[in-house]
Structures are given as structure tokens and as C-alpha cells.
Ligand binder design. Sequence first.
Ligand SMILES: [Zn+2]
Length: 240
Amino acid sequence: MLRRAKRAVVFTGAGISTESGIPDFRSPGGIWTKMMPIYFDEFVRSAEARKESWRRRFEMEGTWKTVKPNAGHNAVAELVRRGIASHVITQNIDNLHQDSGVPEEKVIELHGNTRYAKCLDCGDRMEIADIRTWFEKEGEPPDCPACGGVVKTATISFGQAMPELEMDRANRATLGCDLFLVLGSSLVVYPAAGFPLLAKRSGAKLAIVNREPTEQDDFADLVLHTEIGPTMSSALRFVN
Ligand SMILES: [Zn+2]
């Protein structure tokens, strides 16, 4: 299928990054089954919720700073480099596609990125390390230096609206593809999980590689319940 594809879209979920040692937040035993998620409106409303949210984020910094792309990410980067894949749509917030060499403009992050922060009002970027330094001194996160707005990791939280620009880019990439390749997503979180069906309805082939069965296996042209790294590495050998 990859050999025939002229314009594939790769869609990735937590499963591709668990192979790098990043926990799947939503799976049984994942962080969200042990800790109550902080919803977006609570974050905006409550200084206490903001502090707690930042404390949790700083606790994860050791993980985020040391994780590396794995064979699965590298295979995806290679598909992009060879011009087989036009875009990578991801539900992940870990920046590992960019770290593996996929150009920024080809990565579409549906749930944002936890490796930096943004002002919720003016959108200005802030670095996590700077926020941490401030937090450790002041006991609370800084307001936006530009406009005084609330600063949050550049992720999409529970209860937060999907990013319009990214949703629009993902829609266009999906409608333009001839192969939609899902790697490591159980396809249960909407609206992200709507893209495979959109691709299928617009005439693309649908292939799914995921360790566990997914909600959309029945609609796919190919389903592999395997590890992503080894599967994609060997698939690459058949593609020019
Ligand atoms: Zn601002």
C-alpha cells in the first residue's frame, strides 16, 4: 500500500510514543486513572488549579527532556523525507515527530505540544524552563509578560476547544490523501478519531497498526495488531 501511495497521511496516537517509554495517559493504569485531570475552565478560573497543573508538568520534565524518537518515529520521518507522506497528524504532545526530523510545517498537532507554553490571550510563546524558574521563586506561575494573560502549556486540555487552524489543516490533508495510515491510536477520542473515516469516505485506503483492536478495524483495508517500530521498519524496506 505504501508503494502505491502518492500522498499518504500518517496519523499517530499514544501507541507510537509508548515505544519511547512515554506513558499512555488515557490507558488503564495511565496517569488519568490515578490523578484527576484538570479541566480547562478550572485552569482558567482557579489559581490553585493552575499551580497544581504546573507542579504536575514540572514533575514530567525529566521524562520530556530525556525521551527520544524510536524506530516508529524514524520510519514516519523517512516516509515524509521520501515524499510518500505529505503530513503527520498527531494526537501526541511530545514533539517526537519534529525531533525525528519531520519538518514543523508537516506536523499537525491536534492536542498541542507540552514542550513549550503559550499565553491563552495573546498566544505568545514562553519556555517551560523560564516558567519553572519563576514558579520556584514566586510559588506561582508567571502571567504573560506581554499582556498579563494566563500562561498554559501549549496543549489542548480536557474541556478546551480544539485548535481551529490545526483541525482545518488536518481536514485538508485528510481529504487530499490516497492512503491514511493510523499508527498507535485506539481511535476513541473524537474529533481526532473522525479523520480515518473521513479519509475512507473520500476514497483513500485505510491501514491501521495498533497493538490492540481499535474502534475502526472493521472499516480498514489493512489491520495489523503489532508493534509499530518493527512493523514500520520492515515495511520501509519494500518502499522506494
Ligand atoms: Zn499574552
